[in-house]
Design a protein around this ligand. Sequence first.
Ligand SMILES: Cc1cc2nc3c(=O)[nH]c(=O)nc-3n(C[C@H](O)[C@H](O)[C@H](O)COP(=O)(O)O)c2cc1C
Length: 345
Amino acid sequence: MQLGAFTLPNALFVAPMAGVTDRPFRKLCKRLGAGYAVSEMVTSRPDLQDSLKTSRRANHDGEAAPIAVQIAGTDAQMMADAARYNIDRGAQIIDINMGCPAKKVCNKWAGSALMQDEVLAIEIVEAVVAACLPHNVPVTLKIRTGWCASVRNAPTLALAAEAAGIQMLTVHGRTREQGYKGHAEHDTVAHIKSRLHIPVVANGDIDSPQMAREVLQRTGADAIMIGRAAQGRPWIFREIAHYLATGELLPPPDLQEVRTWLLDHLEDHYALYGEYTGVRSARKHLGWYAQALPLPAGAAAAFRGRINALTTCEEQLRCVSESLDEWSEPMPGHEYDPQPWRLAA
Ligand SMILES: Cc1cc2nc3c(=O)[nH]c(=O)nc-3n(C[C@H](O)[C@H](O)[C@H](O)COP(=O)(O)O)c2cc1C
């Protein structure tokens, strides 16, 4: 798939997830088969651009191209400035967030709340496209199917955004009103795909190789984007890639291989956040990993308990290393759960 000057290696994308898909996690997903990843959203407010959180989010050191940065905001001029600011710091693609239902975002009428005001939404798209054009940076957009059940305006907005110059559109198959409840529907994506000329990406509840294939076939989408199912299971990308290529399911990953991935992830995580924040923010990832791995009953909870009590990088690394060694021993009678992910968000 082509996005501006970039040829993406495959059609498997990592969804932007604030607090989850930071640079270390995106790098690991790309290493394990994802063809493309979008950063966690960064604010367009200039007064917050120098905050530690935003500057960490704008740090793309060592990440494979293309570097896609998602911006969120409500003011067209500020969004254009934010696009330029991030391009100056290495962004090669700018994604506009009109898909996130988080309260913090919606209270400021950003994220998916923008779908309620199509005029402002397109004003923002036009301003960002104009800001990116001189730099040859493609602009992409992420939306939901609509504001609420009675206002499913994604198709109208999609057509207007295409006319305004976006080069790719991602659609999460829920309305803003749904939050993360119910099931994602992909018929709206199929409808939008049939009407647009730019690449369209399907997103929502894709959590297995079989579902990935089904959504691609049903929607005709150019790519799929995976969020929560990759939490603790970044190897889902290579599982899907293998299934799409061969029709066969890969066996669960070797635990010694997982040990290497986790230790590398932790080292990269500490390098970005430092020891105090790094050790604490790594706990959620480690909890998800334990939940996703084929462990005997009670092992994941015991591991989480141990991890949550540790406060240094050295202790956390040692605990992960020793636990993976322990779990690598044969565990008779224990079956791999290919779908450990739960709708927890
Ligand atoms: C913890 C969390 C944080 C998220 N943050 C963002 C974000 O920053 N920007 C965005 O566009 N969507 C965000 N989303 C939405 C996801 O990108 C995705 O659209 C949604 O989770 C549905 O995909 P999934 O079912 O594969 O998880 C977030 C979702 C979660 C669970």
